[in-house]
Design a protein. Structure first.
Length: 118
C-alpha cells in the first residue's frame, strides 16, 4: 500500500491547514486512516484518526479546531485544522491500517512538513 500526501508547507499563525492523503496499491480493506505528527526533538504523536464506520478521535491539542474526514471510495483521508499555533509545526504523517481479521498492517506516508510562522 502506498500513501501519497499533499498539502502542508508554510502557514501563518492563526491560519488554517488542509492535508489530504490517498492510499493506493494492494489495498485489502482499510480499517483506519489518520494523521500523526512529529515535532523537532519530540516523539511521533497521534493527531487524528478515523475509522471506516465514521468514528473519529483527536488529540487534545487539536480537538475543537480540526476535522478529519474520509472518502472510502477514493481511499482518501482529509485533515483540516484552524487557528494554527507555533506548536503545530511538525512533519505530518499519513497513516493507514489495512487488512483482514487478525492481519492488520500499518502503513505510513513519507511525511509532509508544516511550518507555522508567527
Amino acid at each position: 500500500v502506498q500513501l501519497q500526501a499533499s498539502g502542508g508547507g508554510l502557514v501563518q499563525a492563526g491560519g488554517s491547514l488542509e492535508l489530504s492523503c490517498a492510499a493506493s496499491g494492494n489495498i485489502f480493506k482499510i480499517r483506519l486512516m489518520g494523521w500523526y505528527r512529529q515535532a523537532p526533538g519530540k516523539e511521533r504523536e497521534l493527531v487524528a484518526v478515523m475509522s471506516t464506520d465514521g468514528s473519529a478521535g483527536y488529540a487534545n491539542s487539536v480537538k475543537g479546531r480540526s476535522t478529519i474526514s474520509m472518502e472510502i471510495a477514493k481511499s482518501t483521508v482529509y485533515f483540516q485544522m484552524n487557528s494554527l499555533k507555533a506548536e503545530d509545526t511538525a512533519v505530518y504523517y499519513c497513516y493507514v491500517a489495512d487488512g483482514g481479521a487478525g492481519t492488520i498492517r500499518d502503513f505510513w506516508g513519507q511525511g509532509t512538513l508544516v511550518t507555522v510562522s508567527s
